[in-house]
Design a protein around this ligand. Structure first.
Ligand code: ZN
Length: 196
């Protein structure tokens, strides 16, 4: 049955899995800044799922059963990471806050994983990491990397970025306690090619 699901759902799942790249870094940051519990085992399990999906992006993009299996195993691995950590922390950071903010501003516009994937590109930029590589992998997987591909207005992307830190204030991320100003949010989205 799953093998017959539209590929858009698979690509969206991949966006969600790739977003562990930024989620785990946010978790490590919260550990350093807020002395929050950080579990290396759970963190590595979540990271491994994103690494394997990146590595196998080409196979997944062929829509083969082999590719789908990798995606499903990665999703299970993320679920196990959450169980071990006792919270969604290893799998949900600033990129998820951005996606939740979008859900409030413009409900049912794009799929959860699609929004998280685009969020991860922008948060990776803030984390001074390889956001271009992340974007390249998402393109390879056929997941959206821009507002236009998400079907979301540029103004809503900026609004969601500026609102994200308020969604779950106890979840410390690269957005900090004060979040992004509207100007910084716009600059971030433009720099990463999410909006024009
Ligand atoms: Zn998610």
């Amino acid at each position: 049955m799953i093998a017959k699901a539209p590929y858009r759902l698979t690509a969206s799942g991949c966006g969600d899995i790739l977003s562990k790249y930024t989620a785990v870094r946010d978790w490590a940051l919260a550990h350093r800044v807020k002395n929050e519990y950080y579990g290396e085992y759970a963190a590595n399990l979540a990271l491994m799922s994103s690494k394997l999906v990146m590595k196998n992006a080409g196979i997944i993009a062929t829509k083969s059963e082999e590719g789908l299996r990798i995606v499903l195993e990665a999703l299970i691995s993320c679920g196990v990471a959450i169980s071990i950590a006792g919270s969604s922390r290893p799998c949900s950071g600033s990129e998820h806050l951005f996606s939740h903010a979008l859900d409030l501003i413009t409900p049912n516009s794009a799929l959860h994983g699609e929004q998280c994937g685009v969020g991860a590109i922008m948060m990776a930029y803030l984390q001074k990491r390889n956001w271009k590589m992340l974007r390249k992998k998402m393109r390879r997987l056929g997941a959206p990397t821009s507002a236009e591909e998400l079907g979301i207005k540029a103004a809503h992307i900026v609004e969601a970025l500026a609102l994200a830190h308020t969604i779950r204030p106890e979840r410390y991320t690269i957005l900090g306690s004060a979040g992004l100003t509207r100007e910084a949010a716009e600059e971030l989205a433009v720099e990463t090619g999410v909006i024009r």
